[in-house]
Write a protein that binds this ligand. Sequence first.
Ligand code: COS
Length: 379
Amino acid sequence: MDFSLSDEQLALQDTARRFARDEIAPIAAQYDQSGEFPMEVMKKAYEIGLSHVTIPNEYDGVGLSLLDCVIVTEELSWGCAGISTSLMGNDLGLAPILVGGNADQKKEWLGYLTGDFHMAAFCLSEPEAGSDVAGLQLLCEKDGDDYVLNGTKCWITNGGVADLFTVFATMDRAARHKSISAFVVPSDTPGITIGKKEMKMGQCASDTRVLHFDNVRVPSAQRLGEEGQGFVVAMKTLDTTRPSIGALAVGIAQRGLDESLQYSMDRKAFGTPIAGFQAVQFMLADMAKDIEAARLLTYQSAWMIDQGMNASKNSSFAKCFATDMAMDATTNAVQVHGGNGYTKEYPVEKLMRDAKLMQIYEGTNQIQRMVIARELLKG
Ligand code: COS
């Protein structure tokens, strides 16, 4: 067993680390407070190959393995989780094309995403169907060679800035998962309205929207996979993207630890740096050991997917463990900073707000435990 990274992976990590420190971290607080979308940073990331990273080389993508991808995501998240979520949300948005698309669809739509700077968004969640994917309500009705989509999606990352949506819809609500189909839909298709932007607790740089579909006509050539296969496309997509949420969490927690180490050496109490107190040392030690455990689970699940192994359980291990860990680690980072940590003068309160979302999106951590338990009970 070899835990070392290759020279190429170390170089990639270094590129992402420098981009996070030079281009993302300095503007993170500004975008967090304004809630604006950092389009310029997204374009820069695209230009140096830190965006659209999962698109294979044959479609002019960067063609990273998932292990490479999580190495990059961790570094970018160190700079700002909201910006990293926007970049990662792009790969989530295009993943159903990789999972369910045929050769022609991949050529056309992945080529579109790499031909120029274009972004994608994954449109699964609905007002009445977040955890319960099979209960989604957005209707698709067959009309000649087209489908007509009607309904509402919500909590869509990149919803207001994406050029391309991957959309999940049902032909028969009563048939639950068996009637769901997936579609690739350009965001300027008539009938799509970009709804309100959510004002969130954290990850404010990411654009989270409601989307309305009103008689949106989609040719059947834009259906990804067979009719009724959309649920499995969604599940397989989430299996491959949950390790990236683990990586996002590791990046946030590592930032919390780095900030806490520096602060505890600078800050004096009772005439000595607070790093000298065992109470503080134990918090630092817990952060470091838990980050390393989460990183290993994240790498392992990404590696399993790269090997073509079934990684549903391990992806959920990584997502659930790493995001719970990041919540604890960033809460402790605020604690190490004391009163200062609770102010916006220091970056750790943002880390804590950003971390909370990760226990919720891409399947709540309660859903992850459900996936794990079901896999265990399969026998
Ligand atoms: N890969 C392939 N097939 C899968 C699968 C996977 N990972 N997970 C489930 N399936 C298949 C099952 O084998 C089953 O197949 P059959 O029709 O042959 O029986 C079918 O899909 C239905 O699966 P299941 O019965 O497990 O579906 P449930 O309705 O019970 O829901 C959960 C399963 C809860 C796991 C699913 O709804 C889920 O992941 N929810 C969270 C959604 C989420 O992450 N939302 C965030 C959106 S992105 S921000």
